[in-house]
Design a protein around this ligand. Structure first.
Ligand SMILES: [Zn+2]
Length: 608
């Protein structure tokens, strides 16, 4: 997509959370190891809103949403203690974790604060047994200066990781406590980023800075990025939970597109003097004779069909605002969140679902819809239908104003889904169980930046571009290990596969996330032992990406003696062919069965 982001007034900020690989957790002596084996201890808890300290309205409302829900916590005798269980005050702030953050601050030219104060940030989803997350500001006012421009670093913080969700049920959630309390470094930029490409460059650089401390955890889920995005006339939207670097620029691109489309829709709605009518109408009687399976099931179980009229909205609910997502999808997100319904039906998508044009006419009549009006239907039991449609009315009204400020969740394809309204500010208050710490800069050194490693990689025969890509994508350690373990394989080929397989799988419409380091490791090892041809590596990986297991046997190369026999046969039955044509023919027939180089060598000998 060719978009002029400066004209669009794009502004984005990035917040990255990186798990640290320290000897102990942030506030206790437990090992920072994430486990998912059978727990030694299972605890049932309820979270209650405590008045006073945390008595903010949005927090209270959030608690209200969780009313009646309880939490199950999984714990282990040797890696969870009373601190994680919130039965004991926290211990002293882990100096090793603080040191890593101070090193990061040094690399980001940020000023370390005079005293480190631990603060509490209210969390009401049960992911922390105490009801809050502890965080401490380490440094502020830094900057980085990259090819794409200067970006200010607002803050560097050290935080505790939350408990890991195991299972979500309607009446309870299950969390594993082994992850709770692992130190996190949090770096937040100011909203100085002006394009999706710049965001990617900044994210790669900050990741590199943290990895340069050599004290960060590696692998999927160990680093999380939140992005905030706004455009001119749009609004600040926070996108949570991007785990993949390659997804970041797409998130910004699609969010800018979403806001641009929502602004255009708002302009049109204002021009039309549109309005959401605050009246929910029961239209169940119309549906008693309708052949819609979808609705029949609801009515069969005692539910109702309710509707709201959206004056002058016709054609705009069905307008696409992100790939395969419409204003109607956003209304549906609201209805799902606030009414716990499975979805909505809007007039822009009808006739569909067994609802025909005559039915639409009857609904229009009942709601007194004019030719430019639209409606939204919800089929559910009455207790859920009403809040769902109220949420739809709310979202429709916001659509007239423009872009709502909200927190959204990153989807795997780069689009986003509504998560919750933007929380109010000032959710932090001091941790009463911790003394403030004076940061000691002695022993905090500027580490060797990983970017300097690019030179080492070039010495192995890897091109400059490829060397930098390895580092930007955080693959430097894995690359070095693979080169060390597979001395018969060209380092440049190893690098090429590591940085390009994801893109190649995407090109083939396959899911690259199914491929992990162990698959690559096995492929390189087979290559090293001469059991696999270079040409077969991507093919074998593609099978993994399409959901099959890695089957290297299938791609096994044939022994040299057999290869020679096979080539002799090809030469003698094609005696009229020139060498180049012979090579082409043999390659076609033996592709993946033997290294191309070897085929050429033998053919040259045979063709004399
Ligand atoms: Zn502990």
């Amino acid at each position: 997509m060719n978009v002029d982001y400066s004209q669009l007034g794009l502004k984005a900020g990035l917040e990255i959370h990186q798990q640290l690989d320290t000897k102990t957790k942030l506030f206790c002596n437990c090992p920072p190891v994430i486990r998912d084996d059978k727990p030694d201890i299972v605890i049932k808890r309820r979270l209650r809103a405590s008045a006073g300290e945390a008595g903010k309205v949005d927090v209270a409302a959030a608690y209200e949403q969780l009313r009646g829900k309880h939490f199950i916590y999984h714990a282990y005798n040797d890696s969870v203690c009373d601190v994680e269980l919130d039965e004991e005050p926290i211990h002293e702030l882990n100096p090793e974790a603080l040191g890593v953050c101070m090193q990061a601050a040094l690399m980001l030219s940020a000023r370390v604060v005079d005293r480190i104060l631990v603060m509490r940030k209210t969390v009401v989803d049960g992911s922390n047994t105490s009801g809050f997350q502890r965080t401490a500001l380490v440094a502020k006012n830094g900057f980085i200066d990259l090819l794409s421009g200067k970006v200010r670093i607002g803050t560097v913080c050290v935080e505790e990781e939350s408990a890991k969700i195991v299972e979500r049920r309607s009446d309870y959630d299950v969390y594993n406590l082994s992850r709770l309390g692992i130190p996190l470094a949090e770096i937040a930029t100011e909203a100085d980023i002006k394009s999706p490409e710049q965001l990617r460059e900044v994210a790669e650089y900050l990741g590199m800075v943290l990895r340069s401390t050599r004290k960060v955890k590696r692998g999927l889920g160990t680093i999380r990025q939140d992005v905030n995005v706004s455009i001119k006339d749009g609004a600040r939207v926070e996108i949570k939970g991007a785990q993949e670097l390659r997804l970041l620029s797409k998130l910004v691109e699609y969010e800018a597109l979403r806001q641009k489309n929502l602004v255009e829709i708002a302009t049109e709605l204002k021009k039309r003097k549109a309005a959401a009518v605050d009246k929910i109408v029961n239209v169940t009687d119309i549906f008693s004779s309708i052949e819609s399976k979808l609705i029949k099931n609801t009515l069969g179980s005692g539910g109702v069909v309710s509707a709201v009229k959206l004056r002058h909205f016709k054609g705009l609910i069905g307008r696409e605002i992100q790939p395969d997502r419409r204003l109607g999808t956003e209304m549906s997100d609201y209805a799902k969140t606030f009414g716990k319904v499975t979805g909505i039906i809007h007039s822009d998508e009808l006739p569909k679902y067994g609802i025909n044009e005559t039915d639409v006419e009857r609904i229009n009549k009942k709601l007194s819809c004019g030719s430019n009006d639209a409606f939204v239907l919800v089929a559910a039991d009455e207790e859920r239908a009403a809040p769902a449609l109220k949420a739809v009315i709310d979202r429709a009204r916001q659509a007239i104003k423009g872009v709502p400020k909200e927190v959204r969740k990153a989807n795997a394809d780069g689009t986003t889904t509504f998560l919750r309204p933007m929380p109010g500010s000032a959710r932090m208050y001091p941790e009463t169980d911790a003394k403030s710490v004076k940061p000691e800069s002695e022993g905090i050194t500027f580490p060797r930046l990983l970017t300097e490693k690019a030179n080492d990689f070039e010495k192995l025969g890897v091109s400059k571009d490829l060397a930098h890509t390895l580092i930007n994508e955080g693959a430097e350690d894995f690359f070095e290990l693979m080169v060390e373990e597979n001395s018969n394989v060209n380092a440049s080929f190893i690098a090429e596969i590591i940085v390009s397989y994801a893109k190649e799988m995407e090109r083939r419409n396959l899911d690259h996330t199914k491929i992990n380091d162990n698959h690559l490791k096995a492929a390189f090892s087979a290559l090293n032992e001469g059991k696999l041809a270079k040409e077969s590596v991507m093919e074998a990986l593609a099978e993994v990406a399409s959901g099959q297991s890695l089957d290297l046997e299938k791609y096994k190369t044939i022994p040299d003696s057999e290869l020679e026999k096979e080539l002799k046969r090809i030469v003698s039955s094609n005696s009229e062919l020139q060498l180049s044509a012979l090579i082409g023919k043999a390659m076609g027939q033996l592709r993946g069965k033997a290294p191309g180089k070897k085929i050429v060598e033998i053919l040259k000998k045979l063709h004399k």
